[in-house]
Design a protein around this ligand. Structure first.
Ligand SMILES: C[S@@+](CC[C@H](N)C(=O)[O-])C[C@H]1O[C@@H](n2cnc3c(N)ncnc32)[C@H](O)[C@@H]1O
Length: 172
């Protein structure tokens, strides 16, 4: 899945993209992205200080400015305040952390608000249904995931990768 994120970013044809990783955790995805695309301007948002500390340690060699580690909850309606805009928002296995699928559309709508014109949202999470997860309150079917993105106002939504119980959509 991490390689699929790299492929999508490469496809955008610019090296110095401003990328926000939402629910970045210990920075595994960010580290993978920077290893393959070192000119990315990565920002990592997570509400867990221990996760942020792990991410900082993992990304030490990339010397990201301190301000690129954003300790906030994406459940806070004000989470976007002062962040500016990004060319790409990526999120991996974090949307279900909203703890109910009914909140996904509102989050996607907020993400739309931090994307620059022409920006791209790459959303990867577990899906519910055949071959996926059993909990239908936490996890959405692939159709529900796409409906939530379309409902948030994204004009083009398409599935770009699937692996195990995970699926990635590209919304713009
Ligand atoms: C399953 S982990 C995924 C981490 C990372 N994206 C990855 O792929 O390795 C989910 C992450 O979301 C973070 N998280 C959960 N709820 C959050 C919230 N409301 N705001 C910000 N981060 C949150 C957790 O702290 C955790 O790091």
């Amino acid at each position: 899945m991490h390689q699929a994120f790299v492929d999508q970013l490469r496809g955008l044809g610019r090296a110095d993209l401003r990328v926000l990783d939402l629910g970045a955790g210990p920075g595994f995805l960010a580290e993978f992205l920077l290893r393959h695309l070192p000119e990315l301007k990565m920002s990592l948002l997570d509400f867990s200080e221990p996760m942020q500390e792990l991410a900082k340690a993992r990304l030490k060699e990339y010397a990201l400015p301190q301000g690129r580690f954003i300790c906030r909850s994406f459940k806070d309606p004000m989470w976007r305040q002062g962040l500016g805009t990004f060319d790409v928002v990526v999120t991996n296995q974090a949307v279900h952390e909203l703890r109910h699928k009914r909140y996904a559309e509102a989050l996607h709508c907020q993400v739309k608000g931090v994307l620059s014109t022409g920006g791209v949202y790459l959303v990867c999470d577990h899906f519910h249904g055949d071959g996926g997860m059993g909990n239908d309150q936490l996890y959405m079917t692939i159709d529900e995931q796409q409906d939530a993105l379309a409902g948030a106002g994204f004009q083009t939504v398409r599935q770009v990768h699937r692996a195990g119980t995970l699926v990635m959509h590209r919304a713009a």
